[in-house]
Write a protein that binds this ligand. Structure first.
Ligand code: AMP
Length: 300
């Protein structure tokens, strides 16, 4: 799975990226983190980026595109990745499209975390205060002044990506103001709906779960249908039935089941009624016959 997390600084991209990493076993590729590591290591890229980052401006596109291209080629990114903080400009997005095409890789989704800007400043101030309390080092660009500049950069240079990806039908927007776990759940649901993650269910329960899982369910069922029978006597038939059910979807199946059940009930009721009538008739007949006999005896 390959996804992009889009959102202004402080929207929770980093937090969500880490949670997604744990959940799906993919890697987080954060250009901000990579640049900070380069600055700390004093590499040529780091030396170039240091001042720019401290001022809250953006590092040149070719620098970050080069970093990302190399990182995607690492073996640990083969299973999938989350791009956090990249792309940040339309030229970066275009460059990413090109390099993914070149590497024969597909982008599954772009998740935008939409947040209320005025709440962001509060969030960052709280985060900085908490980090100071814990004695942790605070980022140079985590001050309210630099954040204001980073937010302006986001609006001018990164927000056009919302249009870029929505035009390409890749964009999903999620309310980033919800609690952390709610945001994670919303992302997961979205990824499921897009078919970017595997629902770990078999055909039957997948069919119950709805249209997003239906395609997968039918695939599983089709596979089962192709498998040779092992234990049951009529496996091919039942597998076919499972495939049909999965393709048909939960609604129809439920309707059919309902109809069947109703039909059964009617049949049962009719049978019961007929039995009762028959019993009654027999009883009545017997009573009549008994009366006749009594009358005859009385006459005699
Ligand atoms: P972040 O940790 O994503 O907020 O990034 C911190 C800083 O690194 C940004 O303010 C930029 O100066 C720089 N940076 C990170 N990613 C990019 C990018 N994709 N393009 C340009 N500059 C970036």
């Amino acid at each position: 799975m390959r996804i992009i997390l889009l959102g202004p600084p402080g929207s929770g991209k980093g937090t969500q990226a880490q949670l997604l990493v744990q959940r799906y076993g993919i890697v987080q590729l954060s250009t901000g983190e990579m640049l900070r590591a380069a600055v700390a290591a004093g590499t040529p890229v780091g030396l170039k980026a240091k001042e720019i980052m401290a001022s809250g401006a953006l590092v040149p596109d070719e620098v970050v595109v080069g970093i990302i291209s190399d990182r995607i080629d690492q073996p640990d990114a083969r299973n999938g990745f989350i791009l956090d903080g990249f792309p940040r400009t339309v030229p970066q997005a275009e460059a990413l499209d090109e390099l993914l095409k070149h590497k024969h890789l597909k982008l599954d989704a772009v998740i935008e975390l939409r947040v209320n800007e005025s709440a962001l400043l509060n969030r960052v101030e709280t985060r900085v205060a908490q980090m100071r309390e814990r004695g942790e080092e605070v980022r140079l660009d985590d001050t309210p002044e630099v954040l204001t500049k980073r937010l302006a950069n986001y609006r001018n240079q990164t927000e056009p990506l919302i249009h870029y990806y929505s035009e390409r039908r890749k964009l999903s927007t999620i309310d980033g103001m919800m609690a952390i776990d709610e945001v994670t759940r919303a992302i997961h649901r979205q990824l499921l709906a897009l078919g970017a993650v595997e629902p770990k269910t078999h055909a039957k329960s997948a069919a119950k779960a709805g249209p997003a899982k239906k395609a997968k369910a039918s695939k599983t069922a089709r596979k089962t249908a192709q498998k040779p029978a092992k234990t049951t006597k009529k496996p091919a038939k039942s597998a076919k039935k499972a495939a049909k059910t999965a393709v048909r979807g939960p609604k129809k199946t439920a309707k059919k089941a309902g109809k069947k059940a109703a039909g059964k009930t009617v049949k049962k009721a009719t049978k019961k009624a007929a039995q009762k009538t028959a019993k009654k008739a027999v009883k009545k007949g017997a009573r009549k016959a008994a009366k006749k006999v009594t009358k005859k005896r009385a006459k005699r």
